[in-house]
Write a protein that binds this ligand. Structure first.
Ligand code: B4P
Length: 192
């Protein structure tokens, strides 16, 4: 089973690369950002709570996203594997994910981190904001807050996987195809 965590700051290209990877490897794409936006679109209580935080560039509580991932794992028992996109975003989420997978006799194969500098992240997200209508992409101040949340709470997750010898970083600046090729190389390593 291939269970890959795609890691990186907001706008690093996790969603972009996930779409290509699930096609190539026939995996299930689990994006907590997409799941939360789905809840918002349906107007659920969870969505209403999440929207306030997301629009302000903050992370949603761990228990909320862990519960969503647990439901998705249960709903996809026959899957060949998963791409975790935008999850785990805190060390508590990473610990919970290990426990969830262990209870299903599975484990994370490895993490791939996309490295992109802050100026490029801001440029990409503002560009996407022109078309996506996402409130969190429209405002430079909110984008900078998201990057700060990443540096404060999410960056330590890399160390969690480094300690397990399950971490590889790659340059996330370049053409989408070249970056895809570099991720495939990492996956081949994890699959050996
Ligand atoms: P997410 O939906 O996860 O989104 P993201 O970090 O903004 O984007 P991603 O890295 O996927 O970028 P993309 O490929 O789209 O999070 C949104 C919010 O949800 C968070 O701020 C938080 O509030 C909440 N949330 C989500 N998960 C959570 C969790 N686990 N815990 C708590 N809260 C959580 O790329 C961005 C743009 O760059 C695109 O327009 C793309 O076309 C472009 N791009 C991609 N690759 C490129 C390249 N190589 N060159 C040039 N442009 C490129």
């Amino acid at each position: 089973m291939l269970n890959l965590v795609l890691f990186g700051p907001p706008g690093a290209g996790k969603g972009t690369q996930s779409k290509k990877l699930i096609e190539k490897y026939d995996l299930i794409h689990l994006s907590t950002g997409d799941l939360l936006r789905g809840e918002i679109a349906q107007g659920t209580d969870l969505g209403l709570e999440a929207k306030k935080l997301m629009d302000d560039g903050k992370l949603v509580p761990d228990a909320v996203v862990i519960g969503m991932i647990s439901n998705k794992l249960d709903a996809n028992k026959e899957a060949k594997g998963f791409i975790f996109d935008g999850f785990p975003r805190t060390v508590a989420q990473a610990e919970a994910l290990d426990q969830l997978l262990e209870s299903k006799q599975s484990a994370i194969s490895g993490m791939t981190a996309l490295e992109v500098n802050d100026d490029e992240l801001e440029r990409r997200l503002l560009e996407r904001g022109k078309e996506s209508g996402r409130p969190d992409d429209a405002n430079p101040e909110v984008i900078r807050k998201r990057i700060k949340e990443y540096n404060d709470k999410t960056a330590p997750v890399a160390g969690f996987y480094q300690n397990q010898n399950k971490f590889k970083n790659i340059n996330g600046v370049g053409s989408v195809e070249d970056i895809f090729g570099a991720i495939i190389d990492v996956i081949e390593e994890y699959s050996k």
